[in-house]
Ligand binder design. Structure first.
Ligand code: GTP
Length: 170
């Protein structure tokens, strides 16, 4: 019920962090062990109904490979929300996430709703980034933090519902 809101959402993060997998889990309920690397960017839509509003997400799933970095501003410009994803088994991917957060803080919409997402929570035995480290970094930089698994679906719907609620309030 209530308002109809259209919101642009962008996913950023290192190649292989699981951006496409999170979106496919959310939009189609699917997971692919051999998900292909995104070229340029991919576009998806999904509607979430809250009590107070209906949020239609226009989702830009960007490519994490470095050669596509310069395209990113096209996708985060005008975005209501950004999801910066890292892979808990890769410290490099966490460092890359920090770089994205810096870039968004410098160049993004000042009202951008930002989430730092620690993905691949199902791979706990191979963990390279402690949860506390990710959570503390998010807190210090004014982001929300969530640990997810696109594989098991842990916290994936919760993530997008949280974002929808924040968008509806803003
Ligand atoms: P780029 O398109 O290159 O930027 O990568 P991406 O961030 O979109 O990652 P993608 O979704 O393509 O996932 C990369 C690999 O990680 C794939 O083989 C996925 O199956 C795997 N993967 C993604 N999420 C998870 C997860 O939560 N758990 C596990 N175990 N594997 C995952």
């Amino acid at each position: 019920g209530g308002k109809n809101i259209q919101a642009k959402l962008v996913l950023l993060g290192d190649m292989g962090a699981g951006k496409t997998s999170l979106v496919l889990r959310f939009v189609k309920g699917q997971f692919h062990e051999y998900q292909e690397s995104t070229i340029g960017a991919a576009f998806f839509t999904q509607v979430l109904s809250l009590n107070e509003a209906t949020v239609k997400f226009d989702i830009w799933d960007t490519a994490g490979q470095e050669r596509y970095h310069s395209l990113a501003p096209m996708y985060y410009r005008g975005a209501a929300a950004a999801v910066v994803v890292y892979d808990i088994t890769s410290m490099d991917s966490f460092q890359k996430a920090k770089k994205w957060i810096h870039e968004l803080q410098r160049q993004g919409n000042p009202k951008l709703i930002m989430f730092l997402v620690a993905n691949k929570a199902d791979l706990g035995q191979k963990r390279a980034v402690d949860n506390e480290v990710g959570e503390q970094y998010a807190n210090e930089n004014g982001l929300s933090f969530m640990e997810t698994s696109a594989k098991t679906a842990q916290n994936v719907n919760e993530l997008f519902y949280e974002i929808a609620k924040r968008v509806a309030k803003s």
